[in-house]
Design a protein around this ligand. Structure first.
Ligand code: NAD
Ligand code: WQD
Length: 358
């Protein structure tokens, strides 16, 4: 059991991870500015854990921006004065839209990079040296090898990916492991940092009470298909059917968000138990699924015909992105349990119970 600061904890992945962290008896402070989330997600997440009678000591919320140095420091200080200092930070906060990052690169660098520098400074100041960071498979760009191992070339293709790769480098410098070529590198300055590279997180909590709630038109496949299935959008546009894949449509490694949540718990546990280190892991399933396969799985789950049209390829897309997950299994003993049907069923349950999101 530890006192944790979960920054960006109200978002899609953060809210699901809060449930898993609470189930492990951790005490959580969520720090979020709600720029892309709702406090409702947290109220619901709290009720979905196995812990009865959750008090403010076990689960509390601070509304703030990670770039707000004064407020961020005051949160660390509050818990030091309560004699229960924050022991670790799970860092989800950031902006994540590839498309938007081309339009607002300044904003992406400010929130993602400056925000993380600010957070690390606050941690350093209050002697909190354990962090689990949300990185992304987007930093691999067009992968030179599939399944993609952690030591593959880092070559982001968009401003969002550039910010993630830059933060990864920054964290490596902070841990005293600059330019390491190791998946698990020793930190000689006491830091314990995990850089988790998520592939394609999808699905929702099996209750259907929390899930992904994109604002405006969704960019990603799962929320888009859901909105077609529920009748909000007329048809799915499939970005190319001439990729070098088994059916010509793009292949991705979709991972259920609750499996991802468990992956965070496993990584955190590992950091707590092990010596100071910089750990870099892919979190995916190691399995590839094409757009057509996702569409068919959705049709089966929803019992609806999902209209689609083939359009030209989307800029910056690659044919295949699948994680090599050998190291996650080996180092943190984590393996996803849920399959494509669970991902479709759970995201659909969330969609039909919350057609307008939170
Ligand atoms: P999300 O947008 O749902 O969650 C991010 C949370 O951070 C939101 O609650 C938002 O309000 C908060 N936030 C944003 N800027 C903030 C700021 N300046 N101060 C405080 N809070 C702020 O996104 P998500 O899908 O849950 O992703 C979480 C993390 O995982 C992000 O860093 C994202 O880049 C990374 N990631 C996501 C995916 C994905 O497909 N969802 C894939 C790989 C990596
Ligand atoms: C999946 C497949 C599309 C929408 C993105 C980010 C990545 C990471 C995860 C944050 C591709 C196809 C999609 C549609 C389609 N996020 N598609 N029609 O691009 O693999 O990854 O989310 O870190 O950075 O780039 O996910 O869901 O957008 O696309 O045909 O309307 O579905 O071409 O093959 P992607 P996605």
């Amino acid at each position: 059991m530890a006192r944790l600061l979960v920054v960006g904890g109200a978002g899609f992945i953060g809210s699901h991870t809060c449930i898993s962290l609470l189930n492990l008896n951790h005490k959580i402070i969520v720090y979020d500015n709600f720029s892309n989330s709702s406090p409702r997600a947290l109220e619901r997440a709290k009720n979905l854990s196995n812990i009865k009678n959750i008090t403010a000591d076990i689960f509390s919320l601070k509304k703030g921006d990670i770039r707000d140095e004064i407020y961020l420091n005051s949160v660390f200080e509050e818990y030091i004065s309560k004699k229960e200092p924050i022991e670790a930070v799970i860092h989800f906060a950031g902006l994540k839209s590839v498309q938007e990052s081309f339009i607002k690169p300044n904003h992406y660098w400010d929130v993602n990079v400056n925000g993380t520098i600010n957070l690390i400074k606050a941690m350093q100041k209050h002697n909190c040296k354990v962090m689990v960071f949300s990185s992304s498979a987007t930093i691999y760009g067009y992968p030179d090898k599939v399944p993609i191992p952690e030591l593959a070339t880092i070559n982001p293709l968009n401003p969002y990916g550039n910010t993630k790769a830059t933060i990864e480098n920054f964290l490596s410098d902070i841990a005293g492991c600059s330019n390491t070529k190791l998946i698990k590198a020793t930190s000689n300055n006491g830091w314990k940092i995990a850089r988790l590279r998520y592939f394609n997180p999808v699905g929702a909590h099996q209750s259907g009470l929390i899930g992904e709630d994109p604002k405006g038109m969704p960019n990603n496949l799962f929320p888009y298909i859901n909105q077609v299935a529920i009748g909000k959008i007329k048809s799915l546009q499939i970005f190319g059917d001439n990729w070098p894949t088994h059916d010509g449509t793009g292949v991705r490694d979709y991972i259920h968000v609750m499996d991802l949540a468990e992956g965070h718990c496993a990584a955190l546990e590992n950091l707590f138990l092990e010596k100071p280190q910089l750990l870099t892991l892919n979190l995916g399933t190691g399995k590839g699924t094409s757009v057509i396969q996702v569409l068919k799985a959705f049709e089966k789950i929803t019992d609806k015909k999902i209209p689609y049209e083939i359009v030209s390829r989307r800029n910056g897309d690659s044919a295949i992105a699948i994680a090599d997950v050998t190291m996650a299994k080996k180092i943190i003993n984590w393996k996803p349990k849920k399959g494509l049907e669970d991902m479709c069923r759970d995201s659909w349950r969330w969609q039909i119970s919350n057609p307008s999101g939170y």
